[in-house]
Design a protein. Structure first.
Length: 423
């Protein structure tokens, strides 16, 4: 019985290929059931995100056969030619599969090193597999161990503590300046992807109040609705900027939107309570001279990039620590799995011996009921049981001797305690 991890991700394929093999919540249960029923997977789980689709499963077939079956199934299920997806697929088996799964959950294989969202997605994949009935003892134990590894990595290393995106860095800076964002009021200028990410980070940090200013109000309204923000036009900024403790701007304007005079007026209205300002735009949205004003903390995209570069280096160092944790936990899991396989073998051997004993006992009782000599019956029972138990080990020793397999002979001596002196 082997564990497999098969996938396609941002490193091996562009989004135009990845999207063709993605699974939606609507078809995931059906896909898992097909893996179990039609592909003879003993257990299965599917992780499907914008950056990766991965299948984790337990199989007892040879690797070459598994590759052929899975590739063909993906081709048919998603109605895409194998030639499109095969070059982008990666295959991991047993220890490599376990190691890969743990690295994924820890964010060590992510587009952004150490990003935490993947762990939540991994937990979702686990829940969906449980609901589909495709999770049993091995995958259950593997997922639980994987969650524990991810938690240990987050606790024992600094891999997730540093901002490595412009949006996250901007919000982290705000948290350093304002101890409690819950009481802070924010003005976001623009409604593009970066501002949307900033808005989500602020919302998740329970910021007090958010106002979004954009040239087109309709474009900003969807984002504003999701975070409970107010929407204004760019022309209304002078009326609202004095109310903002934090101003973060990222538009496509070719000219500055906020000038020194506008901020001076806002500071007077605020009685010189400080304003934290981040200009993510290129060209700038905020005049450079605004940074000369007292009570203004102005950061540009270059400042944030320097912070991100330093934080990325910190994450790389933390990742090296995380890799050691993953390797150790992978080895522990594989030791448990080998023990499980040994336990299965012991149970099978024990059941085989007990079954033969029971058969011989039934025959012996029948002979006794027929008034046969008890001593002869017992002697026959003992002889047949002994011969039966000796048959497999004797044959193994003979085959090893004929093949000159000294290592196997020594191993069998050890297994059956043949060198032990009887007292």
């Amino acid at each position: 019985m082997s564990i497999f991890a098969v996938g396609i991700n941002h490193k091996t394929a562009p989004v135009s290929v990845r999207e063709k093999v993605a699974f939606t919540p609507d078809n995931l249960t059906h896909a898992l059931q097909e893996m179990v029923e039609n592909l003879a997977c003993k257990e299965a789980a599917i992780l499907s995100t914008c950056n990766r689709t991965e299948l984790y499963f337990v199989q007892d077939k040879p690797l070459s056969e598994v590759q052929q079956r899975i590739t063909g199934w993906l081709e048919n299920y998603h109605n895409v030619p194998a030639s499109m997806i095969s070059p982008s697929l990666y295959w991991h088996h047993d220890q490599q599969a376990v190691n890969h799964m743990m690295r994924v959950a820890c964010g060590l294989d992510s587009l952004i090193l150490g990003e935490p969202q993947i762990l939540g997605q991994m937990k979702q994949a686990y829940s969906q597999a449980k609901a589909a009935g495709s999770m049993q003892i091995i995958m259950e134990r593997l997922f639980q161990r994987t969650f524990g590894v991810a938690k240990q990595v987050r606790t024992d290393t600094e891999i997730g503590s540093s901002a490595v995106s412009v949006a996250f860095a901007a919000v982290n800076l705000a948290k350093h300046i304002f101890a409690k964002l819950e009481k802070s009021k924010v003005l976001l200028i623009g409604a593009g992807e970066t501002i949307e990410l900033v808005a989500k980070h602020l919302y998740n940090n329970n910021v007090g109040k958010i106002t979004v200013a954009n040239r087109t109000v309709a474009r900003a309204e969807k984002m504003a609705t999701e975070i409970g923000a107010k929407v204004i036009t760019l022309a209304q900024i002078p009326e609202h900027i004095s109310d903002a403790d934090i101003v973060i701007s990222s538009t496509g304007s070719t000219l500055p939107i906020i000038g020194k005079g506008m901020v001076e007026t806002a500071l007077e209205q605020r009685r010189h309570r400080p304003i934290f300002m981040v200009d993510i735009a290129v060209p700038r949205d905020i005049e450079e001279q605004v940074g000369e004003l007292e009570d203004v903390f102005l950061y540009t995209v270059d400042d944030l990039q320097n912070i991100i570069a330093e934080n990325l280096e910190n994450r790389r160092k933390a990742a090296a620590q995380a890799e050691k944790i993953v390797v150790s936990q992978t080895n522990d899991f594989m030791a448990w799995l080998r023990g499980l396989n040994t336990q299965d073998a012991v149970i099978a051997y024990r059941n085989q011996c007990l079954s033969k004993r029971d058969q011989l006992l039934v025959k012996a009782k029948l002979q006794l009921n027929q008034n046969k000599d008890p001593e002869a019956v017992i002697a026959e029972l003992a002889t047949k049981l002994t011969n039966n138990l000796m048959h497999a080990p004797t044959r193994a020793l003979q085959q090893a001797a004929q093949g000159g397999e000294l290592d196997k002979i020594i191993y069998l001596h050890d297994v059956f305690d043949l060198d032990k002196k009887d007292n």
